[in-house]
Write a protein that binds this ligand. Sequence first.
Ligand code: CTP
Ligand code: MG
Length: 386
Amino acid sequence: MKIGAVVVAAGSGSRAGGEKPKQYQTIGGRPVLWWTLKALLDHPRIAAVQTVIGPYQTGLFRDAVSDLDIAPPVTGGATRQESCRIGLEALARHGLTHVLIHDAARPFLSPELIDRVIAGLATHQGAVPGLAVADTLKRAASGTIERTIDRSGLWAVQTPQGFAYDAICAAHEKARQAGHSQLTDDAAVAEFVGLDVAIVAGSPENRKMTTMDDIAEADRTLNRNLTDIRTGMGVDIHAFAPGDHVMLCGVRIDHTQRLAGHSDADVALHALTDAILGAIGEGDIGTFFPPSDPQWKDAPSSIFLSKAVELVRQRGGKVGNADIAILAEVPRISPHLAAMKSSLSAMLGIGEDRIAIKATTAETLGFVGRREGVTAFANVIVRLPG
Ligand code: CTP
Ligand code: MG
């Protein structure tokens, strides 16, 4: 078997609403589509993954998958059925025997579910995951009940739906030629030409994001899994040198001196970056950005913090909170605390209620008190999947 996958992500998500289509809404710190693609890319039996996106979604797609090794997308059609056909055609050069067709809007597909669909394909032209209907079914088109429908033998079907590649391509072509364009799943396309399609056990977790409530619930689910709680701490010191401003927490503060350093010497961001790296057992800033490397000369320290945050995200985790203390005799920091909080909130991707910054003088004691430099301390909590 040589198996490929088509992920249809060309819908507009009209029932969910929101600023961007539901497949680009964030759950667990990542777009819905990222989770979907990751599950398929990570599965050892899947040789090629083809994404089908909407006509104006190229930028959204690029941002969503920037850290995934994924083939370029193709542009879908006006209906799901058309988008599937376009995705199938795009896989033609791979010499596939089988293909799985999956909704981008189902990010919780497990490797076991994929295995069950593939197992079904050993004996059938198609295999579709389904859940036996448990609730009593009523027909009530006008709002009042007309009749009760016998639920025995009824299944609610999901994706990924697996098929023999040539057979489903031919079925799509035939359905298109017959003027069908609104079939809502590929099993219906297969049914149109009479393919033999098995039902395999679906999974309740593999639900489709349809409304904003589904997306909010998915986000809660992913957050509940972040049970591996880590703490990290970081300290940094920079000396004053001649200049006209200092950078603290990404905010420029006018001052009669600057802080000396290879980068912009943002002592608070350096302490915070080290704290996050510490929480995930990853060395320190110098490990990733050696001071000997000229490309970091005068670099904004936000680059360092972004790298640490990205490493957390790559582990499927998130920063829980950050608590920062800055020891400085000068400049006065309190007028800038609000701007600093807002800057950190954007860089960390967490609310300002999870960020604390306090500044204190050293009461003229020590190197800080003698106005020779500034020290910063940072503590963080990082939550990783348990
Ligand atoms: N889809 C697609 N091309 C279309 C319509 C839908 O690729 N022309 C994809 C969607 O992106 C989604 C899947 O098919 O991943 C299932 O469709 P649905 O849940 O109906 O998504 P939308 O059509 O985007 O949502 P809505 O119906 O609420 O507008
Ligand atoms: Mg739709």
